[in-house]
Design a binder for this molecule. Structure first.
Ligand code: COA
Ligand code: MG
Length: 293
């Protein structure tokens, strides 16, 4: 499963849900949370369920973002959409693994009720949106088999702590957000799941998007969330290994295979050892995941 590009579409817009399905995104996130007004939540739940049932594009994984656990909507959201078998639930404003366990219990019941395979609906938390959330990031490596990835959010966290901005004048994240971005990255890898970078709100700045995608990929994120279809091709390109990267990774693995007793070797005049082999395996795994789509 590849969480490379994930495009949000408001759950009360049939037009955007349909357009998102044809955008080239690996995953479409049908949103019931912040992009849907309170008065529209009930209709949005029905629209998302019907949209999922229609199964518009078999090449796309459809996820649903429900409302947070501390509000009045979440049970209705999950109960409404589970029967239509979404790929997973994006759970906002989580504080740690306990929140995953709670939603997993709801899903256990609903999967049984609707005759779905046990454990088939995944969970991807937005794991940095409350002031307490950064302290729970280390807990996701506990036994939470539905966990598919971790992502982080800057807008709600900024509001939670009264930050007047989350960006420096040059467009870089301010230091509190640099910190949680890195913690999310490490927490995801500690839990053995994919790290997914947060949205870039300025959806017209595609050159800036390419830069932040390249930085995220360099740092170990495997994908990024989009809010506008124009962002999808940029994200797909940045998070796909290039032919040159795949060729280099194969050369590294071939060299280690040919020298099974060597701990360290040289390739094109550069020292390579265990971390390079691990990274090469990662690149090949990523390329194969994308090819399997
Ligand atoms: N999914 C599908 N289609 C989208 C889209 C999205 N996320 N965002 C824009 N589009 C469509 C528009 O409907 C429009 O379609 P049209 O040409 O057929 O009329 C086209 O893409 C161009 O859109 P544009 O005019 O550039 O933007 P907009 O002003 O219509 O929309 C937003 C801007 C921010 C409102 C819109 O991108 C959006 O709704 N994004 C998702 C928001 C969301 O879900 N947020 C929650 C997570 S943070
Ligand atoms: Mg939000």
């Amino acid at each position: 499963m590849s969480l490379r590009s994930l495009l949000f579409a408001p759950g009360d817009s049939d037009k955007k849900m349909a357009k998102a399905s044809d955008s080239g995104a690996d995953c479409v996130i049908l949103d019931l949370e912040d992009s849907v007004a309170a008065s529209r939540k009930p209709i949005a739940r029905e629209m998302v369920r019907e949209f999922l049932k229609a199964g518009t594009n078999p090449n796309v994984e459809f996820w649903v973002r429900c409302n947070p656990l501390d509000g009045p909507y979440v049970l209705h959201d999950i109960a409404a959409v589970a029967a239509a078998a979404p790929k997973g639930i994006i759970l906002p404003k989580t504080n740690g693994a306990e929140d995953i366990v709670t939603v997993a219990r709801f899903l256990d019941v609903l999967e049984a009720e609707h005759g779905l395979a046990a454990g088939s609906i995944g969970i991807l938390p937005v794991a940095t949106e409350t002031a307490a959330a950064p302290f729970g990031l280390g807990s996701y490596n506990k036994h939470t088999p539905r966990l598919r990835g971790l992502t982080w959010g800057a807008e709600d966290l900024g509001a939670a702590v009264g930050a007047s901005s989350n960006l420096e004048a040059n467009g870089q994240w301010t230091s509190p957000f640099v910190l949680v971005r890195a913690l999310c990255l490490f927490a995801a890898h500690a839990a053995g799941v994919q790290a997914v970078d947060t949205v870039m709100a300025d959806f017209r700045d595609l050159a800036g998007l390419e830069r932040v995608c390249n930085e995220a990929r360099r740092d170990g994120f495997t994908g990024k969330i989009a809010i506008h279809p124009a962002q999808v091709p940029v994200i797909n390109q940045a998070f796909s290994p290039s032919d040159a990267e795949v060729a280099h990774a194969r050369a590294v693995l071939d060299l280690f295979a040919a020298n099974p007793d060597a701990g360290t070797l040289q390739l094109d005049g550069k020292m390579i050892d265990k971390p390079h082999e691990v990274q090469a395996q990662r690149i090949i795994a990523m390329a194969e995941r994308l090819k399997a789509r």
